[in-house]
Design a protein around this ligand. Structure first.
Ligand code: ADP
Ligand code: ZN
Ligand code: ZN
Length: 801
């Protein structure tokens, strides 16, 4: 009986965003499975591309025209039924192509790369001897290196060779070479006698083989036996080689001291009880764990996961990338041991792939990771935790624009298990859902360590500081406190808020600011590389000595970079040991870890950094936190500006006084009366929630309204604008009168990578037909793609600028 496979092909366009049917060839009949990757012919047949099998069936409506699958790319499915269904949900809610959704779920090494090949059609042709020799195909790159592309091109015109694209496999499994001994003590003795006395190494090898049945080659080379001697041993029949699959373990060699569960306080115990009760009853309940910084949320996660593991189930723990510090990893590994796999962007592609395989084979039962860890191929999940659930990094800002929190809830439903959203400062959306009993609210109101207290927080008015003619980045109060900590040998953390803020170069004579040639944004100065760089397109150029506009040499650096602040700080406190953490000092792999380790080991007095330092630091000797500029982000044209400012200040303040030593926080601000700052000072999330909800209600924003952003982009401003207005017209006539449309307007950065961006935002409460309409808009925009006019839809955008 014939078998047909439905395949989603690796061509992310509107026309191909549907399954294509292929014939399963005889040799694959028994082995092919849904969820495997395959190589299939596509288009004119010379192109071989990767695809995912999403269904198999015995019948097909268009049997005659079908082509067969070329080969399988996997030995077992890489996506199970659950993840295939999750891809459908993702496609439905993010308006992305199915293939993009499927690929997003896998480690990036599994994304297909294509190889261009030139294939000889007639092997009896004289060209075979000339260019091809033993095989009938040649790599494009190889042909290029050999300098025969021109000749081959001619042959192609004569239809003697053809061009073919094939899938290149990248996911290489790492192998280690082992030596198997073929000697038994008895024959070893005999062999030993026969060896020439001068061949000391051979004698040594025989001795080793006698006692070591199976060792990696490194074991022998360490003892002075070269590979050449091992090869001789193989020839003489003393040993055989074996390739054994190995994992690249990023934590190899690290010893994690086992920790045991702390005895929980009342609030913690109640939270754990409720979460585990839901797990036991297989209820897909969502909990919002709202607990101040240091209230012991992590301890709740650890104990809940332990219980789930003991019941033979698995767990996912999501952490924002930036909070996935070695300290965090250590807390999980030292409590839960080898069951933990860690996925984060600090790993190499190979390491990520190996961690993924460990999970896929069931060798790891707990996955700790950033956003994409939500796709971990675990079976039988018993709990999913999203720590710092308010973090905007959980939303991916390119297609598919999914929010990991939504996918966590979807997987919780699938597995009938609880989902825990934890935060000291929950997103207003989640807190509002808890208000309506859609989520179950769990409150932790005090610090878990009985010796620790919330730090005292003081606001310094920078306007007054300026009136006093103090133009420094450090107010008098802050300077005094830093000096005091240096004296007491306690540590300080200083944060320079870089959101909405950057350092640029401006001409003092004419005011000219160096712009990016491709984007409507000024270039940012990077002192480490001594260049000006665009943060959107990566354009880079030298620092100008003269103003390109008026020629003046009074072109100066403005804004406050962390490096400049560090210099100022060092001048104020010449003997202080300062560590700096920002994009410049953490670019290299592992740099972030090294800085934190140094600070933890008391090798510095002050840690100065950007928002990066606000999370995950848990060191007992930090007794002072200073925020140099609390409000640079307050004036951004984004309705979440207040929320983000409040969250950041609360987070960073939470770094102080986490153990016995009392903590102090200084917040420097130009808006000391702003509710986001005043309430952060009071560490009063609940009041902030109420006030901010009132503002959102008044201005009609989330969580009172849902939002969708539509963007059109093109090289010519006119074209992008015209399309955007066309779509707006279409949308307006279809929507109910309760819905609100903002725009169309140029995006706040009107041009990125030489493309003009126009956008509009739809705010709505109930529009059952909206999703269908948006799909139609995308469908219709298909023909515009050829004119490189793009339409993008962002459901529930987290960034408005
Ligand atoms: P959060 O995740 O809420 O910021 P943590 O779980 O990091 O809080 O806890 C803060 C500190 O309190 C940690 O040093 C932790 O070891 C300690 N801690 C947590 N729970 C308890 C407890 N029940 N008893 C004593 N100390 C605790
Ligand atoms: Zn000038
Ligand atoms: Zn640019």
């Amino acid at each position: 009986m014939p078998l047909f496979a439905e395949v989603i092909v690796d061509v992310p366009t509107m026309q191909t965003d549907q399954p294509f049917t292929y014939i399963v060839p005889d040799e694959l009949l028994d082995v092919i499975e849904v969820g495997m990757r395959v190589e299939v012919p596509f288009g004119d047949g010379n192109r071989h591309i990767q695809g995912f099998v999403t269904a198999l069936s015995q019948t097909s409506t268009y049997e005659e025209k079908l082509k067969p699958i070329i080969r399988m790319l996997d030995l077992s499915p890489v996506l199970n039924q659950e993840l295939l269904a999750l891809a459908d949900y993702m496609k439905e809610t993010t308006y992305a192509f199915k293939i993009t959704c499927l690929q997003t779920m896998l480690p990036s090494v599994m994304k297909a790369e294509y190889q261009k090949k030139i294939v000889l059609k007639d092997p009896s042709h004289p060209a075979k001897q000339q260019y091809f020799l033993e095989s009938n195909e040649i790599d494009w790159q190889e042909a290029e290196e050999m300098g025969i592309l021109r000749q081959l091109k001619k042959l192609r015109e004569e239809n003697i060779v053809e061009l073919r694209y094939v899938v290149k496999k990248k996911n290489k499994v790492k192998k280690i070479r082992y030596v198997n001994s073929l000697l038994t003590p008895r024959n070893a003795a005999g062999i030993y006698q026969e060896i020439d006395n001068r061949a000391a190494r051979q004698k040594q090898l025989v001795e080793l083989l006698e006692n070591n049945a199976h060792q990696p080659t490194a074991f022998f080379t360490k003892q002075g036996i070269s590979t050449a001697v091992l090869k001789q041993g193989e020839k003489k029949g003393w040993l055989s080689f074996e390739e054994v699959e190995a994992y690249r373990d990023p934590h190899q060699g690290k010893v994690f001291n086992k920790t045991s569960a702390l005895s929980l306080n009342n609030e913690q115990q109640q939270a754990v009880d409720k979460i585990l009760a839901a797990e036991k009853k297989a209820k897909d309940e969502v909990f919002l764990l709202e607990g101040i910084t240091g209230s012991g949320k992590t301890e709740i996660y650890l104990q809940s996961i332990s219980t789930v593991l003991a019941a033979g189930k698995t767990a996912i723990m999501l952490v924002p990338e930036i909070a996935l510090t070695p300290q965090m990893v250590e807390r999980f590994k030292s409590r839960l041991g080898d069951a933990v796999a860690v996925l984060h962007s600090g790993l190499s592609q190979g390491e990520r792939y190996d961690e993924w395989r460990k999970i896929e084979r069931g060798e790891a039962q707990v996955v700790v990771g950033a956003r994409s860890a939500i796709f971990a191929p675990l079976e039988n999940i018993g709990i999913i935790i999203v720590d710092e659930e308010h973090e905007s990094s959980y939303k991916q800002d390119e297609a598919p624009r999914y929010h990991a929190r939504d996918l966590a809830i979807w997987r919780g439903k699938y597995h009938h298990c609880p989902v825990v959203l934890g935060s000291a400062t929950p997103s207003l959306e989640s807190r509002a859902r808890a208000q309506k009993d859609i989520y179950h609210l769990l409150l932790l109101s005090k610090r878990a360590d009985p010796a620790a207290n919330l730090p005292s927080i003081e606001i310094v008015d920078l306007k007054k500081e300026y009136e006093r003619k103090n133009m420094s980045n450090f107010s008098k109060e802050l300077q005094t406190k830093i000096a005091d900590r240096l004296e007491k040998k306690e540590q300080s953390v200083l944060m320079l808020n870089r959101r909405g803020y950057s350092s640029f170069v401006m001409c003092r004579d004419c005011g000219y600011v160096l712009p990016c040639p491709n984007c409507d944004i000024s270039l940012t100065l990077h002192m480490d590389t001594k260049t000006m760089r665009c943060h959107y397109c990566g354009h880079e150029e030298g620092i100008p000595k003269h103003c390109p506009e008026c020629g003046s040499n009074k072109i100066r650096y403005y804004g406050t970079g962390t490096q400049k602040v560090q210099e100022e700080l060092q001048e104020l406190f010449p003997s202080a040991r300062i560590l700096r953490m920002d994009v410049d000092t953490t670019r290299r792999k592992g740099a972030h870890e090294r800085i934190l380790q140094k600070f933890g080991a008391q090798e510095a007095d002050i840690l100065l950094g950007t928002q990066m330092i606000a999370k995950g630091l848990d060191y007992p000797n930090i007794t002072l936190v200073g925020v140099l500029n609390a409000d640079t982000a307050l004036n951004l044209p984004d309705f979440r500006s207040n929320e983000r400012t409040f969250q950041l200040l609360t987070q960073v303040a939470g770094r102080a006084g986490r153990a016995e030593k009392a903590g102090e926080v200084i917040i420097q601000s130009f808006n000391p009366d702003h509710h986001a700052i005043v309430l952060a000072q009071k560490q009063d999330y609940e009041t902030f929630y109420k006030q901010e909800m009132f503002l959102r209600h008044q201005s009609g924003y989330s969580p009172y309204y849902f939002t969708v952003k539509i963007t059109c982009s093109h090289q010519e401003e006119q074209v992008a604008a015209k399309k955007m207005f066309q779509i707006a017209q279409e949308v307006k006539t279809a929507l109910s009168s309760d819905s609100i449309i903002l725009g169309p307007t140029p995006a706040s950065i009107a041009r990125v990578k030489n493309r003009y961006q126009y956008q509009m935002i739809i705010k709505y409460k109930k529009e059952p037909a909206l999703s269908q309409m948006l799909k139609k808009i995308l469908d219709n925009s298909q023909k515009d793609q050829r004119k490189s006019l793009y339409v993008a839809i962002d459901n529930e955008p987290v960034n408005f600028i």
